[in-house]
Design a protein around this ligand. Structure first.
Ligand SMILES: C[S@@+](CC[C@H](N)C(=O)[O-])C[C@H]1O[C@@H](n2cnc3c(N)ncnc32)[C@H](O)[C@@H]1O
Length: 295
C-alpha cells in the first residue's frame, strides 16, 4: 500500500531527530534554534525546552482531542464502517477489545447480538471513558485495567471470544511481546480484526527523514489544537527516536502484521485499506483461527 502525497522533510527537524537518536538533546535544541522556522520545528523545540511528560494515555484528554480533530474523524468513520462489516458478516456474541481507548469504536460497532464485551486498556482514564461509552446496554461489560500480554497470560483455561478486535493499539506492543500476544489470541479468538498503520520498515537517516516529513503533515492538521501537538504528537514522535524516552509505537508494514498472524496460527488473513492517513495508510486486517482453535 502506498500513499501518493509527499513533500520534502524539513531539514532542521531531520538533523534534530538525528541528534536525539544519538542521545544529544542539547545538539537537537541548538539545531532547531539555528534552523528553518516551521510549525514542526517550533513544536519540537518547545517540547525539548519543557522537559515535558512522556505519558500520552494516562490522562486521555490530549488523545481524545487528537482523535476528535484533523482527519481522525474520517479515519474513525471508515474504521467503524469496516469493523461493523466484520461484525455483520459473522455476528459475534463475545468480543474482546484490546487497547479500547475511550471506546468510541467499540461502542459504535458492538451491536445487539453481543452479550459480553471485555475491554482491556492500561489507562484508567481511557478505560473509564470506554465503560461510559457502553453504559446503559444489556451487554455485560468487563473492564480490565492492564496490558494485553498480562491479561492473556492470566486467563483461565477455556476463556475465549468470538471476536478479538484492536484498533490502532497493537502497535503499542514492543516487538518482543508481539508474537506471544498473537499466539495467545490464536488460542482464544475465533476471529481477529486489527486496524493498524502500514508503516515502512526504515532505519537510520531514512527513518528520521520519514518521521520529519510525516509529522510536518500531522502538526499542520492540528494548527488549532496545540494541546494535541504538545500533549500527544511530540511525545509520540520523540519516543520513536530518543533513547530512554517512553516509546508508544512499534509499527511495521501491514505485510509484517499479516506474516505475524499466520505465524501465530491464524488463517484467511485479509487486509483492506481504510484511509490514506497523514502518518501512514491505515488498514484493517482480519484473520480466522485455524479449525478447532479459538472460542
Ligand atoms: C492509539 S490508542 C487507540 C485507542 C482505541 N482503540 C481507538 O481506536 O481509538 C492506543 C490504546 O492502546 C492502549 N495501550 C497501550 N499499551 C497497551 C497494552 N500494552 N495493552 C493494551 N492496550 C494498550 C492505550 O492506553 C490506548 O488506549
Amino acid at each position: 500500500m502506498s500513499d501518493a502525497r509527499s513533500a520534502p522533510a524539513p531539514t532542521g527537524v531531520v538533523a534534530a531527530l538525528g541528534a536525539l537518536r544519538d542521545g544529544d538533546r542539547a545538539r537537537a535544541a541548538a539545531v532547531l534554534a539555528a534552523g528553518d522556522a516551521g510549525d514542526l520545528a517550533a513544536a519540537l523545540a518547545r517540547h525539548l525546552g519543557r522537559a515535558s511528560a512522556d505519558a500520552v494515555y494516562d490522562d486521555g484528554t490530549a488523545f481524545a482531542a487528537f482523535i476528535g480533530n484533523g482527519t481522525n474523524p474520517e479515519l474513525y468513520r471508515r474504521t467503524i464502517a469496516a469493523l461493523s462489516a466484520v461484525h455483520a458478516r459473522r455476528p459475534p456474541r463475545t468480543v474482546l477489545d484490546i487497547g479500547c481507548g475511550d471506546g468510541r469504536v467499540t461502542a459504535a460497532v458492538v451491536g445487539g447480538a453481543v452479550t459480553d464485551v471485555d475491554l482491556v486498556d492500561p489507562s484508567a482514564d481511557l478505560l473509564a471513558r470506554a465503560g461510559a461509552a457502553l453504559a446503559g446496554r444489556p451487554t455485560r461489560v468487563a473492564a480490565h485495567r492492564t496490558d494485553v500480554a498480562r491479561f492473556l497470560a492470566g486467563l483461565p483455561p477455556g476463556a475465549g471470544w468470538d471476536l478479538a478486535q484492536s484498533t490502532f493499539a497493537l502497535h503499542t506492543l514492543p516487538p518482543a511481546h508481539r508474537a506471544d500476544v498473537l499466539r495467545g489470541l490464536a488460542g482464544r479468538a475465533r476471529t481477529v480484526a486489527i486496524a493498524e498503520f502500514d508503516v515502512p520498515a526504515l532505519d537510520g537517516d531514512a527513518w528520521t527523514a520519514h518521521l520529519a516529513e510525516r509529522y510536518a503533515r500531522g502538526v499542520d492538521e492540528y494548527r488549532d489544537h496545540p494541546e494535541v501537538v504538545d500533549g500527544f504528537l511530540m511525545p509520540v514522535l520523540v519516543g520513536q527516536v530518543e533513547p530512554g524516552r517512553a516509546r508508544h509505537t512499534f509499527e511495521q508494514p501491514a505485510a509484517a502484521w499479516e506474516d505475524d498472524l499466520r505465524t501465530a496460527g491464524f488463517t484467511a488473513v485479509t487486509t483492506v485499506p481504510l484511509h490514506a492517513y497523514w502518518w501512514a495508510p491505515a488498514v484493517l486486517i482480519t484473520a480466522e483461527a485455524a479449525a478447532g482453535r479459538g472460542a
